[in-house]
Design a protein around this ligand. Structure first.
Ligand SMILES: Cc1cc2nc3c(=O)[nH]c(=O)nc-3n(C[C@H](O)[C@H](O)[C@H](O)COP(=O)(O)OP(=O)(O)OC[C@H]3O[C@@H](n4cnc5c(N)ncnc54)[C@H](O)[C@@H]3O)c2cc1C
Length: 92
């Protein structure tokens, strides 16, 4: 990894080990590097959470561009469920 990563990345490993004990164990194996954390695209949606050009399509979560992690994806899912329930209620 010393050949692949800049020094500041390697310096972060023992720092993380102070926050998460065991993060830098002697026998730990680093197999990959996460370089992108969120989707490069965003499917536009309106205030009703539906796609601006496809009614009844609710773009949601990471790949649609509305979340960058587990919590934000979960919260976006709640928002979408509420918007769908509201729309279904209005239709009845
Ligand atoms: C290697 C890695 C590490 C990560 N680590 C973290 C982390 O430490 N902390 C953090 O907060 N986030 C992390 N993330 C990001 C997090 O996993 C995502 O942001 C989150 O899971 C997005 O949730 P989602 O529901 O939008 O999408 P997903 O969790 O991808 O769910 C999409 C679902 O749709 C299903 N699906 C796809 N196409 C179809 C289809 N045509 N029909 C039916 N079902 C379909 C898939 O099978 C999947 O179950 C990580 C991501 C990766 C890849």
């Amino acid at each position: 990894m010393t050949e692949l990563l800049p020094d500041y990345c390697l310096e972060a490993i023992p720092v993380f080990n102070k926050k998460i004990r065991g993060f830098a164990m002697e026998d730990a194996l680093l197999t990959g590097v996460e370089t992108r954390t969120s989707s490069p695209v965003c499917i536009k949606r309106g205030i009703d959470y539906q796609s601006v050009n496809t009614k009844e399509l609710y773009p949601a979560g990471g790949r649609a561009g509305y979340a960058g992690g587990i919590m934000s994806a979960a919260i976006d899912g709640i928002r979408i469920a509420e918007a769908m329930a509201l729309a279904m209620n209005e239709d009845n």
